[in-house]
Ligand binder design. Structure first.
Ligand SMILES: C/C=C/C(=O)SCCNC(=O)CCNC(=O)[C@H](O)C(C)(C)COP(=O)(O)OP(=O)(O)OC[C@H]1O[C@@H](n2cnc3c(N)ncnc32)[C@H](O)[C@@H]1OP(=O)(O)O
Length: 260
């Protein structure tokens, strides 16, 4: 269904990681075809149980330059609302993946590009990447979750500053305000993302998945109810022999070998 070089979305397996590459030249704008291909690729990933993490990146010099601007010309109030719901559902499908997701931001991540990156768990950006929400320059606003995710992620003054002005920020600025994890030397972001997924893959996968479940569920709950979810999930991890192996390995000063 997908191969490494298929357009507008390629899927490539590297050990237990899948690299989802948006490849819609020249700047990986999100056309309707590209959005549908991302949605199908996510379904493909969900069906492959041995995949432990997903990296999303862009082909060529851009991550994603946002929605294909031409689409805006075809939207009226009702079709715009429905289209945004479609885009939001695809971003939420990324956010809801039960395995770690990493945005390897290799270039401009603008509008829908920043929105897709914000739907990932972890964000690494090339030192030359730019991020932002230029939608206001077109007379619109983010519609794939940008206002909701950026305002929950960075200080409100920074969120409003980006949204009101449409100005792009550097990877360094994005890191400073907490929008991304780390700035990566030029051309190295995919390698760094792969190294990160290999580190995560070496951990107990039930633990990794329980962490994502606890954080995702906890965001919808009160602190009290979130703590109950956390305790419940940790209890499940303590069944079986893997915790004993983890503790034993610590005291024997070796790496643990987990069996789930
Ligand atoms: C609800 C709405 C959500 C949204 O996401 S709205 C869209 C928000 N995104 C933007 O406004 C970004 C617009 N694009 C840019 O700012 C720049 O581009 C870049 C920084 C991404 C790249 O700049 P550079 O390297 O100078 O290339 P270039 O000449 O600007 O673009 C190359 C070709 O790509 C087309 N293009 C760029 N972005 C988009 C887009 N988002 N949708 C459709 N086409 C786009 C251009 O027009 C041009 O085309 P040609 O070579 O024929 O002149």
């Amino acid at each position: 269904m997908f191969s490494e070089n298929s357009k507008p979305v390629g899927l490539k397996k590297v050990n237990s990681t899948v690299i989802l590459t948006i490849d819609n030249p020249p700047v990986n704008a999100l056309s309707i075809e590209t959005l549908n291909a991302i949605d199908q690729a996510l379904d493909h990933i969900l069906a492959e149980r041995e995949i432990k993490s997903v990296i999303i990146t862009g082909a060529g010099g851009a991550f994603i330059a946002g929605l294909d601007i031409k689409i805006l010309l075809s939207l009226d109030e009702v079709s715009a609302r429905n289209f945004m719901h479609r885009g939001q559902s695809i971003m939420q499908k990324i956010a809801d993946l039960p395995i770690p997701t990493i945005a390897a931001i290799n270039g401009p991540a603008l509008g829908g590009g920043s929105e897709l990156a914000l739907a990932c768990d972890i964000r690494l950006a090339d030192i030359n990447a730019r991020l932002g929400f230029p939608e206001i320059n077109l007379g619109v606003m983010p519609g794939f979750g940008g206002t909701q995710r950026i305002s929950r992620m960075v200080p409100l003054c920074n969120a409003y500053g980006m949204l009101y002005t449409g100005e792009l920020i550097t990877a360094g600025e994005a890191c400073r305000i907490g929008m991304i994890n780390r700035v990566v030397p030029q051309g190295q972001v995919l390698n760094e993302a792969i190294k990160l997924t290999e580190k995560i893959a070496s951990k107990r996968q039930l633990g990794i998945q329980a962490i994502k479940q606890a954080v995702k569920l906890g965001k919808q709950l009160s602190l009290r109810d979130g703590l109950a979810v956390e305790a419940e999930l940790l209890g499940k991890l303590c069944k079986g022999e893997d915790v004993k192996e983890g503790v034993k390995a610590f005291f024997e000063k070796r790496s643990p070998v987990f069996h789930d």
